[in-house]
Design a protein around this ligand. Sequence first.
Ligand SMILES: [Zn+2]
Length: 259
Amino acid sequence: MAAVSPTSQPDTPRIAGDGVPESAWRRSAWLAALPALPAQAWLTGTSRVVVVSPHPDDEALGCGGLIATARAMGLPVHVVSVTDGEACYPDSPVWPAERLRTVRRRELDCALAILGVEIDAIDTLDIGDGRVAERETELAHALAPLLHTGDRVLTTWRGDGHPDHEATARAVECAAARRGAEVVQFPVWAWHWLSPGAAQTPLPGAQRLVLTPAACRAKAAALGCFVSQLHDDRPGTPDPILPPHVLERFDRDFEVVLA
Ligand SMILES: [Zn+2]
């Protein structure tokens, strides 16, 4: 997920404060009215799923349930981790970038193992946390050979409000167009700032993919692997990126994709 640090972009007013509480999303008429179908049905006929994640945890937050569902169906899932999320605590002496890089890669491996993704199906590109937009063309070039014709490529929404998420989406669109792969985007930070009371859905083409209890349990367990992003009350530790009120937005029995 990654906080918006000075290295990424100084002006992202949408991602500030505590954001929209999940209690408000539970009352959102437009979210409740989105077309819904079981995740298994949505995945049927897919030859391979590729998830391109800007920071370790975005894949689990945005589509961890879908990944677990795909693996339970026997579908191959490949994950591309664009950055190591090493700049998420830029001012913390507890978390220098090199320590974060090592820890977050390990957390990603742990989370994906729980979701059923094997270690040799994970690629890390080390594009630079907070630097994806400036290296967008390079990212598109790096992604293209990793995609196959007919892949269903999941990534963060191009309007998500975080510069790394949006740049990753644009690079995926570019690479997928070259390879003949389908792009499906999912919101992550948008749940922080979109309006639950909007008159109609602000998410273009949004669908709710309903998860089984087993997929929900796998997703929750996977998110528990990202210990560096969770609340830590030891002295000197920074405010977490994923405090309980943020995690609550990802504790749903469905995931939303923009297809
Ligand atoms: Zn992120």
